[in-house]
Design a protein around this ligand. Structure first.
Ligand code: URA
Length: 233
């Protein structure tokens, strides 16, 4: 890879800023001051420093965010802040959210620059489990629960896949679904004559939302979590 691309990927600045830094002698490759951004490097092998600091290259990065309300799950938006705008300045620029949570929904959102992994996790045939903590407008009857668990008509060609309902309290349930249709949870509850007052995703596949993450906070996935996600059916 070209040295200037590597430095941009590592968020050391824009293409012109990193080229300027190279001209000023602020970048070394294998202990030798670099002369040009066009220089080819092997990011897996070469030791590269920027302003005296060693850069550790990782092709892919993975973050778990506790999405707050009011931000959209997109990389850019004309009207609202995005989840990407919550990332610190020093984060890489190629990160995107894996799937979407509505603007008024909180909880677990995976962010990465690993397109293949995102594609696999979101593939319709993959049926990755998602668990939502739902605060309802009113309690569910036994027959509502049966209908949700068997599959309901939410206005698409086919009914929803079987889901699982765990009643926590009069107006609170955990709903486990295996699809990710637009507004799915809200539409499922609407289909049984109920409404969603509050919605929070607490797990996505093998990932559980960390209790210590406040809304708007994020952390890198552990190596064990990344390994589990890669094996997700
Ligand atoms: N279901 C919804 O209705 N909204 C979400 O954001 C996620 C699941």
């Amino acid at each position: 890879m070209r040295l200037d691309k590597f430095l941009c990927d590592m968020n050391m600045g824009t293409r012109s800023q990193v080229k300027a830094a190279i001209r000023q002698g602020l970048v070394t490759v294998g202990g030798v001051t670099a002369k040009s951004g066009e220089q080819k490097i092997d990011e897996a092998v070469d030791e590269i420093t920027f302003r005296g600091k060693k850069l550790q290259y990782r092709k892919y990065v993975y973050y778990m965010m506790n999405k707050p309300k009011g931000v959209v799950s997109a990389t850019v938006d004309n009207t609202a802040d995005t989840v990407i705008s919550l990332l610190k300045e020093n984060c890489r620029k190629d990160i995107f959210p894996v799937g979407r949570l509505d603007k008024d929904v909180t909880g677990l959102l995976l962010l990465t620059n690993d397109g293949a992994m995102a594609h696999r996790l979101l593939a319709p045939g993959r049926h990755v489990d998602k668990v939502y903590h739902v605060t309802l407008e009113h309690p569910l009857s036994k027959s509502d629960i049966c209908r949700l668990e068997e599959g309901v008509d939410i206005g698409d060609d086919i009914i929803t896949l079987p889901a699982r309902v765990t009643v926590l309290d009069r107006n609170e349930i955990l709903l486990t679904i295996h699809e990710g249709k637009f507004h799915q949870v809200k539409r499922m509850l609407f289909a049984v004559g109920n409404g969603v007052v509050n919605l929070k995703r607490i797990s996505f596949g093998c990932l559980q939302l960390s209790a210590e993450l406040k809304e708007g906070e994020y952390r890198e996935l552990t190596a064990a979590e990344i390994a589990m996600l890669s094996q997700e059916e």
